[in-house]
Design a protein around this ligand. Structure first.
Ligand code: NCD
Length: 318
């Protein structure tokens, strides 16, 4: 699609998943995030792209990176950021999420950034919203599209491409919305079949991840790869106890310097955070030269700016 055709293509109202996302739209979001990063590298003053707009953070699960970066992204675009205090809200008095959304929407808010433990909550609220946009900031183990975009931008920076890249995602994939969005993004941009590795109980069913290669042997999975994405054990979503203790987990599935040497010499180490040092990743790897973990955090702000701008800015400014 050329630039003119891209500009005239209808823009989506919500961002709920990277599954089935238009490849050109995805690439345009990454390009825009990179351009915003250039602007803010030399000039920290906010833009006025979303002047007068209001973005509400609706987080029903803990968050450090995602919530803060959405708030920063909102302010840097000139919009007003509102943090909805779930713990002290009327959801505690029996109000449904739909009624909460309709109430805040009636005050004139333009977008909701939603994180919830239950798969599909952002979709449900998007279907209910009268005019506002809904952005999924992580639902259950389903999707975390802005994290997926962040991972793609970080990889593209370090490798100059996504096409043909060999990526291994390791750890608790069964409970990971980050892994699912990363897989969809990597597939959309033509990466090699993604290798998924972890203990059998923490792998998804193959039918859930078509086109991916599943395995339980960590050393084999990371052999010769261009990038390794490590994931935390998401105990809050586990229904059964961990099969073995955490010390044992590190022995089999922890990324240390010796293991990292199996990947390409220039392999990038990614982790969406929060990291658990000594559980899934050794400190020297997390803080080492191949680690892009803090680059991911840095890029997350610009990716969220690109997403908010693309969904909310007036059409003629696109
Ligand atoms: C993750 C999440 O909440 O899905 N963190 C993030 O948003 N960067 C991953 C996790 O909790 O392990």
């Amino acid at each position: 699609m050329n630039a003119a055709a891209r500009d005239s293509a209808p823009r989506p109202r919500h961002l709920l998943t990277l599954a089935g996302i238009d490849r050109d739209y995805l690439a345009a979001l990454l390009d825009r995030a990179a351009a915003l990063r250039v602007r803010f590298a030399t000039d920290p003053r906010p833009l006025d792209l979303l002047d007068g707009r209001t973005v509400v953070n609706l987080f029903f699960e803990p968050s450090t990176r995602t919530r803060t970066s959405f708030e920063l992204a909102t302010r840097r675009l000139g919009a007003t950021a509102i943090h909805f205090d779930v713990a002290n809200s009327s959801t505690r008095k029996g109000e449904t999420l739909e009624d909460t959304l309709a109430t805040i929407e009636a005050m004139g808010c333009d977008a909701f950034v939603v994180r919830h433990a239950e798969n599909g909550t952002p979709e449900r609220l998007a279907a209910h919203a009268r005019h506002a946009s809904v952005i999924n900031a992580g639902d259950g183990n389903h999707a975390h599209p802005t994290q997926g975009l962040t991972d793609l931008l970080t990889l593209r920076d370090r490798k100059d491409r996504i096409d043909g890249l060999r990526v291994a995602i390791c750890g608790d994939i069964r409970h990971s919305r980050v892994a699912r969005s990363a897989i969809h993004g990597l597939q959309a941009l033509g990466a090699a079949p993604v290798r998924l590795c972890g203990p059998a109980t923490l792998l998804p069913d193959q039918a859930e991840v078509p086109g991916c290669e599943l395995g339980t042997d960590f050393d084999a999975a990371i052999e010769g790869v261009d990038a390794i994405m490590m994931l935390r054990l998401q105990k809050e979503r586990m229904t059964a106890a961990m099969p073995a203790g955490e010390g044992d987990y590190f022995k089999h599935y922890g990324l240390d310097a010796g293991r990292l040497a199996r990947a390409r010499r220039d392999a990038v180490v990614l982790h969406p955070g929060p990291i658990n040092r000594g559980v899934e990743i050794a400190t020297d790897v997390a803080d080492g030269p191949q680690s892009a973990i803090l680059d991911q955090v840095h890029n997350g702000v610009f990716v969220r700016m690109a997403v908010l701008a693309s969904l909310l800015e007036p059409a003629q400014a696109a």
